[in-house]
Design a protein around this ligand. Structure first.
Ligand SMILES: N[C@@H](CCC(=O)N[C@@H](CS)C(=O)NCC(=O)O)C(=O)O
Length: 233
């Protein structure tokens, strides 16, 4: 009898339900790869645990451990963009091999990790978490999100996805766009709104964004102290 093909061992996903976490849970759901959820409660400071810092020295989730990495040996990956690219290369899905197409995906992926994510994150911080009401900071970052939404909107006027076929670049942007609609509605940006609805209609996206949703609670003062005002240790 022919030997049954061995199933790949499950990837460990170090995760908390935030837009940066969603990027990876969405991709894993899209890929239908088995994974084990390792929650990292960032409000409780679990991102500072020495074992976690070994795989994610920036004390940020998401991170993964793939027990079957290059050469069949385990590998850990931190930084959401690096994880998306790694899984894209490993599976050959949602990350084209053709160099021109790959460059386009990389452009929009880096645009997200260096622009949309940090700017929307700061806007959210000053609108919802700052103990001081800093008008300039709120305007600076909400303006920037508005500008970035405009850039995406223009790009999506003539295409369904950011870079060719549906890719890791779209997955990276989705949860940041969705969460930012709390302060920046999409009425001014119809192609962007249509893109968001197109992605949200995907079952894998719905599953990915639901991962760990029950873990998320309103932030307490103790959690605020852990998350904000961090300095080098
Ligand atoms: N550039 C990182 C950002 C990740 C990040 O900011 N994660 C946040 C949650 S969304 C976190 O783990 N925060 C923990 C902390 O602030 O200590 C990535 O893209 O992976």
């Amino acid at each position: 009898m022919p030997a049954k093909p061995k199933k790949s061992p499950a990837i460990e996903l170090y995760y908390w339900p935030t837009p940066n976490g969603h990027k990876i849970s969405i991709l894993l759901e899209e890929l239908k790869l088995p994974y084990i959820l390792r929650s990292v409660n960032i409000g409780k400071g679990e991102q500072f645990a020495p074992a976690f810092l070994k795989i994610s020295p920036n004390n940020r989730m998401p991170a993964i451990i793939d027990p079957k990495g290059p050469g069949g040996k385990p590998i850990s990956v931190f930084e959401s963009g690096a994880i998306l690219q790694y899984l894209g290369r490993k599976t050959g899905k949602f990350y084209p091999k053709d160099e021109r197409q790959r460059v386009a995906v990389d452009e929009w992926l880096f645009w997200q990790v260096g622009g949309l994510g940090p700017m929307a994150g700061q806007a959210n911080h000053f609108l919802n978490y700052s103990k001081e009401d800093l008008v300039y900071a709120k305007k600076r970052y909400t303006d920037e999100v508005h500008r970035l939404f405009g850039v995406m909107n223009t790009r999506l006027k003539s295409r369904k996805y950011l870079a060719g076929a549906y890719s890791i670049a779209d997955m990276a942007c989705l949860s940041w766009v969705k969460s930012s609609t709390r302060f920046q509605p999409l009425d001014e940006f119809p192609p962007l709104a249509a893109w968001m609805e197109r992605l949200l209609a995907r079952k894998a996206v719905q599953r990915g964004m639901a991962v760990g949703a029950e873990l998320r609670k309103p932030m307490t003062d103790a959690e605020h102290k852990i998350l904000f005002g961090q300095r080098a240790k």
